[in-house]
Structures are given as structure tokens and as C-alpha cells.
Design a protein around this ligand. Structure first.
Ligand SMILES: NC(=O)c1ccc[n+]([C@@H]2O[C@H](COP(=O)([O-])OP(=O)(O)OC[C@H]3O[C@@H](n4cnc5c(N)ncnc54)[C@H](OP(=O)(O)O)[C@@H]3O)[C@@H](O)[C@H]2O)c1
Length: 222
């Protein structure tokens, strides 16, 4: 599988990249990043594209992305920036969708959202209202993307809604994970392998919450 990744310099995206490179089913990984990855990350299957502007996909970038089977979009923040949370993934979706009629391959797009993200724009929220609603708008737009755009039935969107993500190792992380329980936390490696499994094999539910991601991630890591 050829996979496109974003957020690979970050906590969750970095673990997704590491788990992709451990997985023999991933034959090619194309990372879109605004800066270089750590020099220690090297693999013949890996290609890093430095993006100046995540709203623009020139032909040279489209050429590198074309023929991909999946994307895991792990770029984001809690700042409530609509350009980062909405404009960037939608620009990617529109640019990539233009390649689908040529390659005629199914494409699975998985968006890393969050357990507290709120799609209902009218609902009053007590904290992080703007950030949670901006990301909720992104979730709705991406779920609706194949209905609103010409994708020839080839585009599938998945949304992962993890709760508090903990480091993959370490005693503190283990204690926090234990205290918070199944609905409120997940280790980064558990989340990463569950999301990679989703884009490799699909899943019955388009939107996955922490308990489902955790259960599948744990089973895959056993
Ligand atoms: N960590 C958690 O517990 C948790 C839980 C649920 C959901 N999430 C969500 O998961 C996503 C990733 O979280 P994380 O913890 O991995 O965050 P992170 O460590 O801060 O990583 C964020 C990634 O997004 C990139 N990014 C941020 N702003 C950007 C911009 N304006 N232009 C281009 N790239 C940009 C960063 O690139 P640079 O390295 O270049 O800055 C980095 O690769 C976020 O949307 C977050 O809200 C996180």
C-alpha cells in the first residue's frame, strides 16, 4: 500500500510513521510536512515532501501523491485555527480527488480528530468551544466530501476520535492510562496501529471512538 501522511513531525503522526515503517504491507510512505523529519528516520520506502503552502498542490506534488491508496491526516492543534483544521485537509482532498479518475483506485482517507470534537455548531460548550467546533466542522465536511464532490465512489472517509493520547512506553504513561481507563486514554502505538489497520482493511464504522480504537490497537499489538 502507498500511504500519504501528515503531522509526521508531531506526537501522533510520528508514531503513525514509525508504525507504518514497521509494517511490511506499507510499500511506500509519502510525508507532507512543512519541515524535515529527524535525520534518524530513514527508510527506502519513505519520501518527504516539504510543503510551503498546504492549500496549494502543484503538479510536481500531485505527481508524487498519485496512485496512493490511503492517507492518515494527523496534522492539527487545539488553537481553533480554521485554515489549519479545515482549509488544509479540504485542499488536500480536492487536489487528490482530481487524480482518482486517472488511477481508478479506492482511496481511504483517515482524519485524526478527537474525542471532544463537536460537530454540532449550535451546542453550547463550556471549554475550548472554538477549537472543538472548528474541528467538528472539519469532521462533517470530510465525511460529506464524497457526497459533495465528484470522486466516482472511490473516496472513503474515516474519522478517528481518540481521547487523551499517552506515550507508547514509560511508567507514568502506564499509570495514567490505567487511571483514565478505556474511554479516556489510549497509547500512541495502540492508536497508530488501529488507524493503519483501518486504512489497510477498512472498518465497519466510519467514525471510531476511543474504546474501539483501543481494543483494536491492543489486539493488533499482542
Ligand atoms: N495528543 C493528544 O492527546 C490528542 C488527543 C486527541 C486528538 N489529538 C489531535 O491529534 C492531532 C495531532 O496531535 P499531536 O498531539 O500529534 O500534536 P503535535 O505533536 O503538536 O503535532 C502536530 C502536527 O501538526 C503539524 N502542524 C501544526 N500546525 C501546522 C501548520 N500550521 N502547518 C503545517 N503543519 C502544522 C505539526 O508540524 P510542525 O512539527 O511543523 O509544527 C505536527 O506535525 C491534533 O489535531 C490534535 O488535536 C491529539
Amino acid at each position: 500500500m502507498k500511504i500519504i501522511l501528515t503531522g509526521s513531525t508531531g506526537f501522533i503522526g510520528g508514531e503513525v510513521l514509525a508504525q507504518c515503517l514497521k509494517n511490511p504491507a506499507i510499500t511506500s510512505a509519502v510525508v507532507l510536512s512543512r519541515r524535515s523529519l529527524s535525520k534518524e528516520i530513514s527508510d527506502p520506502r519513505l519520501k518527504v515532501i516539504i510543503m510551503k503552502d498546504f492549500t496549494q498542490y502543484p503538479d510536481s506534488v500531485i505527481k508524487e501523491l498519485a496512485g496512493a491508496d490511503a492517507c492518515i491526516w494527523a496534522m492539527g492543534s487545539n488553537a481553533g485555527d480554521s485554515v489549519l483544521e479545515i482549509d488544509y485537509p479540504i485542499a488536500f482532498a480536492q487536489a487528490f480527488a482530481s487524480t482518482l479518475p486517472v488511477h481508478k483506485k479506492k482511496f481511504r482517507y483517515l482524519h485524526v480528530s478527537g474525542g471532544l470534537v463537536e460537530p454540532d455548531q449550535e451546542k453550547p460548550l463550556w471549554f475550548l468551544q472554538n477549537a472543538r467546533k472548528v474541528r467538528g466542522r472539519a469532521q462533517t465536511l470530510l465525511v460529506d466530501f464524497p457526497k459533495q464532490n465528484e470522486t466516482g465512489g472511490l473516496w472513503e472517509t474515516f474519522i478517528a476520535r481518540p481521547a487523551a493520547v499517552q506515550p507508547s512506553s514509560g511508567v507514568t504513561a502506564a499509570v495514567i492510562t490505567c487511571l483514565l481507563g478505556k474511554t479516556m486514554s489510549i497509547r500512541a502505538d495502540e492508536l497508530a496501529v488501529a488507524m493503519i489497520d483501518t486504512v489497510l482493511n477498512g472498518t465497519g464504522s466510519q467514525i471510531e471512538n476511543n474504546p474501539e480504537l483501543l481494543e483494536r490497537g491492543r489486539a493488533l499489538l499482542k
